[in-house]
Write a protein that binds this ligand. Sequence first.
Ligand SMILES: [Zn+2]
Length: 59
Amino acid sequence: MEKKFSLLRPLDDVSRKIIHCVSCGNIATQEAIFSVDGATIIEKYCDSCSKKEFPITEP
Ligand SMILES: [Zn+2]
């Protein structure tokens, strides 16, 4: 089963729930969207982990 990275987007904080980064446990600010076999998986990351895991190349 292949996990394919789709996009990274800022978490919307309307829920006011504290969500922790899946990688380091800090407060998450970004969510990464993956697709696996047609299903969508969302993983939450903090700023530093999201930059580390998903470097964004500015045009
Ligand atoms: Zn983190």
